[in-house]
Design a protein around this ligand. Structure first.
Ligand code: IDP
Ligand code: MG
Length: 138
């Protein structure tokens, strides 16, 4: 079993897509193991997206992810990290049938985040769910 971090980004929360997006994971047999709504500070956003610090789109990315409340979820299941990424779809030109392919309105407003590796999942889950991670909840 693996755990991964999913963020339903502010554009999707604003559009009322939380239920639809979480349903896409649940109907594939993935399970919710943690869930919260929060509005990220700029500092938290910088920490979450630290790997993109030097990219030209970084300021736009920070503006978007802090633009309103987001929903953070721990998603668990066999091969959860790769399965979540497949359901989310590609960063650019996601195909129809994927979450981004069906709902993204731009590369920035792309409705959802999923951790890209076991190392990212561990780092990101500790950031968004420190208590659950410390307690080893699974
Ligand atoms: P990912 O979310 O598919 O893992 P990353 O390359 O990690 O994609 O980029 C993080 C986020 O930064 C993307 O989800 C998207 O919101 C934004 N982003 C990535 N590339 C671009 C770009 O070329 N222009 C604008 N925003 C981008
Ligand atoms: Mg990424």
């Amino acid at each position: 079993m693996e755990k991964t971090l999913v963020l339903v980004k502010p554009d999707a929360v604003e559009r009322g897509l939380c239920g639809e997006i979480l349903r896409r994971f649940e109907r594939q047999g993935l399970r919710l193991a943690g869930l919260k709504l929060l509005h990220l500070t700029r500092k938290q956003a910088v920490e979450h997206y630290a790997e993109h610090r030097d990219r030209p789109f970084f300021p736009e990315l920070l503006d978007h992810i802090t633009s309103g409340p987001l929903v953070a979820a721990i998603i668990t299941g066999k091969d959860a990290i790769a399965r979540v990424r497949r359901l989310i779809g590609a960063t650019a030109e996601a195909v129809p049938g994927t979450i981004r392919g069906d709902f993204a309105t731009s590369v920035t407003a792309n409705v959802v985040h999923g951790s890209d590796s076991p190392e990212s999942a561990a780092r990101e889950l500790a950031l968004f769910f420190p208590l659950e991670t410390t307690l080893g909840a699974d």
